[in-house]
Write a protein that binds this ligand. Structure first.
Ligand SMILES: [Cu+2]
Length: 118
C-alpha cells in the first residue's frame, strides 16, 4: 500500500495537482481502514449481559461464582467462577444475591455487576 503510493506519487511528480489529489484520496483510504479496524476491535471486545445467582464470592481476589442463565451468543446456563474487573465492583454483594452482570466476551471478565431487582 505504502510502496504503491510512493510509486504512484513519483510517477505523477510532473503533475503536482493530480499527485496532491491522489494523496488526499489515499489519506481518506487510510482513515477508512482505521475506522474499519476499530470496528473489528469493538466487535471482538463485545460485552455480554447475564443474569444469575451468586453462589460464592471472594472479595479479596475478586472472584465471583455465579449460577447463571444462558447468555445468548456467549454461553449456556451454568455455574462458574468469573474474575471481576476489580474486587471493588463486587463490594456489597453476597452469596444468594440475584444479580445481573456484564461480561467481556474476550476475557470472560465481569466488567459490571449489580443486584437485580426482582
Ligand atoms: Cu458461564
Amino acid at each position: 500500500m505504502k510502496l504503491a503510493k510512493r510509486e504512484a506519487t513519483m510517477t505523477l511528480l510532473a503533475l503536482p495537482i493530480v499527485a496532491v489529489a491522489l494523496q488526499n484520496l489515499s489519506t481518506v483510504d487510510e482513515a477508512a481502514s482505521g475506522i474499519f479496524a476499530q470496528a473489528h476491535a469493538e466487535e471482538a471486545a463485545k460485552v455480554f449481559h447475564g443474569v444469575g445467582v451468586i453462589t460464592g464470592i471472594d472479595s479479596e481476589s475478586g472472584f465471583v461464582t455465579i449460577d447463571h442463565e444462558a447468555i445468548p451468543g456467549f454461553m449456556d446456563a451454568m455455574e462458574m467462577a468469573y474474575q471481576l474487573k476489580s474486587p471493588a465492583i463486587g463490594a456489597g454483594l453476597k452469596k444468594g444475591d440475584r444479580v445481573e452482570f456484564d461480561v467481556d466476551g474476550m476475557t470472560s471478565t465481569v466488567v459490571a455487576i449489580r443486584k437485580k431487582r426482582v
